[in-house]
Design a binder for this molecule. Structure first.
Ligand SMILES: Cc1cc2nc3c(=O)[nH]c(=O)nc-3n(C[C@H](O)[C@H](O)[C@H](O)COP(=O)(O)O)c2cc1C
Length: 162
């Protein structure tokens, strides 16, 4: 069974709503299991157990939240052990082109330093999923699900179903 972890931070609920929808999309992939955890509840073992890790953060001044950064900094204790896992990032922000992309890139940078496999999207939302506010419209909800599905599908292909 391929294992996905969605780890997210959320103060006012927008990123949490996105995280739950991303997980719905992940569960559309056969033989893939998924844990969705708030960053406060994540331990390093959760990262080690997952074949694919999707990190979600609110956009704070064009970067990830302090709690997500703290988890990434703590992950230095397992540096080298996340190599080859699939990684992806999503964010919710207050506006369009107000720091969402830099937030995604700040997360992806860390995942790449860990040696994780990150896939871009040539069509839209090139760096990952970005939602303005909460995903309320059916279009935004489906974007979240589609994002989860795509990352889980890639993880399943790369890590092979065990
Ligand atoms: C400290 C702080 C900094 C923020 N900085 C930005 C920003 O740079 N750009 C932006 O578009 N929104 C910014 N926002 C708005 C949040 O990114 C947005 O409301 C987000 O959806 C909140 O996610 P949450 O509901 O999961 O906590 C900021 C909010 C806070 C509290």
């Amino acid at each position: 069974m391929v294992m996905m972890l969605v780890v997210y931070d959320s103060r006012t609920g927008n990123t949490e709503k996105a995280a739950l929808l991303v997980a719905e999309g992940i569960r559309r992939v056969k033989d893939v299991d998924c844990a969705v955890k708030k960053v406060d509840d994540v331990i390093l073992d959760d990262l080690l157990r997952a074949d694919g890790i999707i990190v979600g953060s609110p956009t704070y001044y064009g970067g990830m939240s302090a709690k997500i950064k703290a988890l990434i900094d703590e992950s230095v204790k397992i540096h080298g052990k996340l190599e080859g896992k699939v990684g992806a990032a999503f964010t919710t922000s207050g506006g369009t082109a107000t720091g969402a992309e830099t937030t995604l890139l700040s997360i992806l940078q860390a995942l790449l330093i860990h040696g994780m496999i990150v896939k871009g999207n040539p069509e839209d939302k090139h760096y990952g999923l970005a939602i303005v506010g909460a995903p309320e419209s059916e279009e935004d909800k489906e974007l979240c699900r589609e994002f989860g599905f795509t990352v889980a599908n890639l993880t399943s292909k790369i890590s092979g179903n065990k």
